[in-house]
Ligand binder design. Sequence first.
Ligand code: XIL
Length: 508
Amino acid sequence: MSSVKRCGSSRTRRVPALLVGALVLALTGGPAVAAQQATLHELATTHGKYFGSATDNPELPDADYAATLASEFGQITPGNSMKWDTTEPVQGRFDFTKGDVVTDFAARNGQTVRGHTLVWHSQLPSWVGALPPAQVEAAMTHHVTEEAAHYRGTVTAWDVVNEPFNEDGTFRASPFYTAMGTDYIATALRAAHAADPDAELYLNDYNIEGLGAKSDAMYTLVRELLAEGVPLDGVGMQAHLAVQYGFPYEMRANMQRFADLGLDVAITELDVRVPLPADAAELATQSSYYQRAVQACLAVGRCVGVTVWDYTDKYSWVPGTFPGEGAANLYDENLRPKPVYDAVRAALGGGDGGEGGDPGVLKAQYRSNDARAADNQIKPVLQLVNTGGAAVSLPEVTVRYWFSGDNGGAAYSTWCDWSPLGCSTVTHRVVAADNPRPGADRYLEVGFTGGSLAPGASTGEIQLRLNKTDWSNFDEADDYSHGSGTSFADATKVTVHIGGRLVWGTAP
Ligand code: XIL
């Protein structure tokens, strides 16, 4: 059964972690060599993953573009040229010349290719929709067979079926669904497997990155397919994200549940678009979304890699599809890397703020504003410092100051007394700890409604205060986050989260 076969080329090609060091050492050896840093793909391979990009025929003649595509990325996906309207525009007349341009480029540059896509409702030539339903299965099987056979040995993974679901998790109407019902998916997978038994076979969709109705539908479908012994190796999550719609809910957990079925997962079309003109806070949010998507893949062993949906704004599909939005990619229109590129490097463990894959980029500092540790108020003063190389979006950040309620009433009042940020952008509340510990049965959670923190910048102090509504006393001396120092110092017992992920401090 193909769900357990490994083709190897798209997975776990472990490059020595010393690679980065080797590149640096090369500088000390011989004649003057330009400083070289590890590429995105080299950084990804230290985690056993690939880092890829979409590309296609229109942009490949651009020499500067092609040079970066070849050097920075270890995997490519044709954006359009393997779709049905290109490869079989007239029934029975196949044309693979454009797709071959992409596989030839990959072969010359030692890259793997994800094939995209065999069966999809879109970019489908009109003759397919005009067929009598009784002829659709034969036409689909023929198409899948011819194309998968043509690319046998050059395409390592196929998006066999693309976008089978509606947003609510029902099956999307298409000529295939109309003719065969849900069986078309198993039929397409079996045909692809027969034509190329070595290719990894995927189902691919958008808005299945997080937990929700649509990803639940994909989960139910793939479990059924596996139970029936249908050849299926992975689920592709497109990840066309937008800063105004939030980050997918529990992306890592969602990827892990597919992995737990014995499937690979991949982020197949990552981009993060921004309403234009983009402001600094939106760009910081964009960086954090790219980082969180990459981190989710790094955290899931069976996530094989990340593909961006072309690497530069110069050739992005976004402005043409979402009017008024853009700036979605890692490089600008002049092919220069943007700050979001550095953010992705950091998430992969190669940036200023990253070490060993931990892109911890914020630290908390604390001072006590409270000479009396045994009265009825707690008065921590906190500030955050950005120690990374990219801006951090403050609405993504939460800070926890851990303390004990000391057996008083359970209701609290919290206050921001002063901050150069403006207390109106600071949120605060008391939360009961999931795992209460002595000195840490609660925490003061501090958040932000807006703003971003540039590399090296500090929020400045945030003067906080809390009391029980019954005004009973605290004994702060044993509180986990409490200290008596009255000038700011790094505080590892105050924890900081970005997007729900711990980036600073040790939780009690
Ligand atoms: C897009 C291409 O990038 C565009 O050039 C084309 O005009 C439309 O399709 N989901 C997919 C991709 O699976 O095939 C789409 O690619 C983007 C959304």
